[in-house]
Design a protein around this ligand. Sequence first.
Ligand code: UDP
Length: 489
Amino acid sequence: MLITKPHAALLASPGMGHLIPMVELGKRLLTLHGFDVSIFVVTTDSSTTRSQILQQTSNQSSLNVVMLPPVDVSSKLGPNPPLEVGIHLAMAESLPLLRSAILSMKVVPTVLIIDLFGILVLPMSRDLGMLNYVFMTSNAWFTATITYAPVIDKDMEDRHVNNREPLFIPGCKPVQYEDTLEPFVLRGQPMYEGFIKATKDIISVDGILINTWHDLEPTTIKALRDSEHLGWISKGPVYPVGPLVRTVTPRSGTEHGHGAEVKVDEVLRWLDGQPTESVIYVSFGSGGTLSAEQITELAWALELSRQRFVWVVRPPNGSASGTFFDVANGGDGTPGYLPEGFVKRTHNVGLVVPMWAPQAEILAHPSTGGFITHCGWNSTLESIINGVPMVAWPLYAEQKMNAAMLAEELGVAVRAKGTEGVVGREQILKLVRRIMVEKEGKAMREKVKELKRSGDKALSNVGSSYNSLSQATKDLENYLLEKSRGASA
Ligand code: UDP
């Protein structure tokens, strides 16, 4: 049988930050590159926010969404488990469910596209005769850094971890010790061994897709493409395919999430009444939480700044990624942890949104002029693609590297210092003024708008990311053709 139309199976690990870009990749493969697409979603709960995004997606396109039954990993995790451990466990528990879902399809898909946490599915996909690609939902610099990890020798390790010198990665910007990834400082521990195995597995796949674009990271992409410099040779090509961010749907309806109901219209209508680029949006991603003391400092800074704001607030939590796993379930939406009278005193200039807000719509709104962000890569791209300068306030994962890239390399953010402890109100106040009021902020806005144009161009049908995904498609089609020739020979 001659099959020339490729079918991509996309596997999204738990977390909105993985699901959202995976859905966007699926949409592009389906609508622009002639793929059949099925997206398999691993869950640990029944999130209404997630269901809504997926519902919208299947209404808008013929993308086949397969929700795998939720897996309960909570009883297997100790107190305050590292985020990665929980996701890894959920993926492992979902493996048999994925296998039977794939086997129940009429024809096994051509290619399985996983995110970083899907690595453990690779043996199964090979077993079923599928090609496998990894979609890095972060940037090229992060990809280069983690794939360089197995090459780091004892001397480099000592210099970076013990002497706190920068980690020099061939062809890339060095990683300062202060921004380094957690696994690097956990050498010798079981988590580190798992990390090294995962990074070796990444380079064994048939292709690496990255949510970035050529003009954003030209030097790093070059280094990745000549990966020999990085001490490894990729089995498959590297395809920068971004910026893939959630496209904004016409405003109406209700967004549900975290047990709180936020009227999309309410936030956007409020923004409609504000002057252009006058509002600072404050959010720490799908899972980011702050301590009680930090929330108080931030609240005072916002109030004292006299700037307009929309603030997505979550109950305080000791762990920075405190609500990553309970997108739908945590909290009652009452911001009782804010300074007394805060909402009343600021109601003319600010809007407090409990738990979850329509972020893509807010950042796309003309009244939004700044973003205090934890620098998750999706939030970063959403800000760039809407021309919004940032206060970079990294919390966990690779966010410190993202913050460094935004502030020091791209010049589109100012960076909060001391985010491991409590960032004081005076510092926050200054940072807010720097991007919203001062000349420096204006210059940053120009720069970020330039990046927006470059990102739009990359995705257009003459752009580098469009071409890159076209090339990935051609490579897959050639593979299919060869396979069918082989079968008929
Ligand atoms: N998001 C949202 N509303 C919120 C918080 C987050 O829509 O209140 C979306 C945000 O637009 C982004 C994703 O959730 O697309 C978060 O991904 P990111 O990589 O920024 O951070 P993570 O949550 O993975 O740390």
